[in-house]
Design a protein around this ligand. Structure first.
Ligand SMILES: CC(=O)[C@@H](O)[C@H](O)COP(=O)(O)O
Ligand SMILES: NCC(=O)COP(=O)(O)O
Length: 238
């Protein structure tokens, strides 16, 4: 079964835009779980443009499904994960000023850095997922680092889907086969939506988890949050 982890970054974007506490991130997370979401994902970026460090501590108290904290493994991120003990820590190579995540790790060039980070986070009880491009070499590097899972960066898939979905999905199928061969779990995320999700799932049947935020929260403006989560779950045949 592929789990749906709802990324609520954009709920925090809306909240921060007026400086008060509406929408309330904690209440939205509770409702996402009540509506069927099987995880909550957040990315507490250093500039706190959306999810703040405080949000992570508040959410830690209430998330009952799987809490997934994404981020670049600087000391601020490491402390947040070690103190809130999420089920999963997803390591992304984002620069502090990146507008969004736009590439996976070079797990070969960064092997020594990521080995130490991975050991430290696993010692804190987190499952470690490393964000990678759909490149079997990078998947192999993640396995050598000792990661538990990889998260396949799916923006290129989403960008190429309309023009030629078979070509767009091919590298992901190959990367997922390599991950399976090496005993790594397989997550996927970035720019997944109601249009492209089902095909990815069909072509990667052992996909463990998708984390979806931007499109899902945008869809909820039209369909409502409960209905939208149910629509995404149906695309995963959950
Ligand atoms: C890792 C990933 O692809 C997304 O979670 C990304 O981090 C979203 O970040 P923004 O919500 O800041 O665009
Ligand atoms: N890891 C991907 C994620 O959490 C959400 O990405 P997006 O759906 O906001 O593009």
């Amino acid at each position: 079964m592929t789990k749906l982890s709802v990324n609520i970054n954009k709920v925090a974007t809306l909240r921060n835009s007026r400086g008060h506490d509406n929408p309330n991130v904690v209440q939205v997370a509770k409702d996402c779980e009540r509506f069927g979401g099987q995880g909550i994902t957040v990315h507490p970026r250093p500039d706190e443009r959306h999810i703040t460090k405080k949000d992570c501590y508040d959410l830690f108290e209430i998330v009952t499904t799987e809490f997934n904290i994404e981020g670049y493994p600087d000391e601020r991120y490491m402390k947040i994960v070690e103190e809130t003990k999420p089920a999963q820590a997803t390591l992304v190579p984002d620069a502090p000023d990146a507008i969004t995540s736009n590439a996976g790790w070079d797990t070969v060039a960064n092997a020594e850095l990521l080995k130490g980070i991975t050991k430290r986070l696993q010692a804190a009880g987190a499952r470690v997922s490393i964000f990678v491009d759909p490149d079997p070499v990078m998947v192999e590097g993640a396995a050598k680092i000792g990661a538990d899972r990889v998260e396949l960066y799916t923006e290129p898939y989403a960008d190429g889907y309309e023009a030629d979905r078979e070509a767009a999905v091919k590298p992901y199928v190959e990367a997922a086969e390599k991950a399976k061969e090496l005993g790594l779990g397989i997550n996927a995320g970035h720019d997944l939506d109601l249009n492209n999700l089902r095909y990815l799932k069909e072509r990667i049947p052992n996909l463990d988890e998708v984390s979806i935020g931007h499109a899902l929260i945008s869809d909820a403006l039209y369909f409502g949050l409960e209905n939208t989560i149910q629509m995404y779950l149906r695309e995963l045949d959950v």
